[in-house]
Every structure is written in C-alpha cells, then in structure tokens.
Design a protein around this ligand. Structure first.
Ligand code: MG
Length: 230
C-alpha cells in the first residue's frame, strides 16, 4: 500500500487501459469468437492468406489487426476490418462486466482532482459509449484515446499515451497508468510513465511480472484504499 501511495502522490493524471481495468469488455461476447469472425471475414474477402497461420487463428482480435498491419494490406481493407471490430466491440459493451471497484476508483480519483484519461487499443467510440451508459463519462473530460487506423500504433507502441499526455497537458512524470497486459506495461515504460498492473488472476499476474511490472494488484480495491488513504 505504501508503494501505491507513493505512485499516486507523485501523479496528477491517471491513464486507464479500458478492457481489464475498467470492464471485462468481452465477458458476454467472447474475444476469441470476435477474432474468429475477423479471420473468417478476411478469408471471405480473399485476404485470408495475409494471416501468418491459418490452422491456428489468434484468439485475440488485436493480434489479427497487428498481423494485418504487418502484412501491409492497404488502407481500405484495414479500415473495413477495423470498422468490423468496432461493431463487435460496440455489441460487447452491452454485456461487458464492470471491473470490481473500477467505478468507485474513478469517482474517488476525480474527487481529489486527478485528471483521468483512457489509453486503449479499443475504439474510442466504444469506450465513450460504455462510460456514458455507466454515468462515468464526465470523469474523463473527453480524454478518451483509442486506436487509430494506424495499426502500428497499437500498444505496446506508446502513441495513445502520448496523445493522452498532449490532451491533458500532464507530463509523463506526473502520470500513472493502470493496465492489465504486458503491452500496457511496455507502452508505459516507453512513455516513461509509472505503471500499476491489474491482474484478476494468477496467469495475468505472472504475465505482468514477467513483463517487468513491479507493482501489481489483484484488485482495484487496493488502489482505491491508497487513494482514500485508508
Ligand atoms: Mg486491457
């Protein structure tokens, strides 16, 4: 807790990854089904060969996007693929599961004047829609930074963090990111932003530790307590 307090005290801006720290976006519309649909869609349009391995389609929709970005597929197709993923994500927001203590943490941080932003590989439109439905959008003052059509800029590239720093006016040293994947940890390191890992299970905990995260919590309640100085 002392460690969390120190991180929070040196920060004035908190950057949230979306899927994981805010909600489990694909709780009711599984990510692997979304990835399979994207793979199937690519195949139907004659672009299946762009994916590295047909017999093992990646279970992560963003892995499909990354693979397509690497394949240099052309902006029209990338735009259509990205739009298809956005439609899936919008559908997923309806059955997304709020992360325990996320809403309380967001409100508690705002109550003591932290600036808040979202830095995500998901679509900003999707994040905005989720936060609106849960009455949390006002806490973020429009600082929602999602993926662009430049798929090379997905995390672990720090692009969305840099956009958040630009829009909030906070420096990297004044910022702290909460994320749940090695890509978040790496993006924060590249942007020189402190990092708190959120791991809802042992597997995620190990992945974050292996990626070099030194502060990892199993529940956002620990962070909430540190904010409230409990
Ligand atoms: Mg995440």
């Amino acid at each position: 807790v002392a460690e969390l307090r120190e991180l929070l005290e040196s920060a004035k801006c908190v950057l949230f990854d979306f899927d994981g720290p805010v909600c489990r976006l694909f709780a009711g519309h599984p990510a692997r089904e979304v990835a399979a649909d994207l793979v199937e869609w690519l195949g139907r349009h004659g672009w299946g060969g762009l994916l590295p391995s047909e017999d093992a389609p990646p279970g992560d929709p963003h892995a499909v996007l990354r693979a397509i970005a690497r394949a240099d597929a052309g902006s029209e197709m990338v735009g259509r693929l990205e739009a298809r993923l956005t439609a899936h994500e919008l559908k997923a927001t309806r059955t997304a599961e709020p992360t325990e203590f996320a809403a309380d943490l967001i409100h508690a941080l705002r109550a003591v004047d932290y600036q808040l932003a979202v830095t995500t590989n998901n679509s900003a439109q999707v994040v905005t829609s989720y936060l609106q439905d849960r009455g949390l959008i006002d806490c973020f003052d429009g600082h929602i930074h999602g993926r662009t059509q430049d798929l090379f800029r997905l995390k672990p590239d720090p692009d969305c963090l840099f956009r958040a720093l630009d829009s909030t006016g906070a420096s990297a040293a004044q910022s702290l990111m909460i994320g749940d994947t090695p890509a978040d940890c790496e993006a924060a390191r590249k942007a020189d932003v402190d990092f708190i890992g959120y791991a809802r299970n042992e597997r995620k905990m190990t992945m974050l530790r292996d990626a070099g995260a030194t502060t990892v919590v199993g529940s956002l309640q620990s962070v909430l307590r540190a904010v409230r100085s409990e």
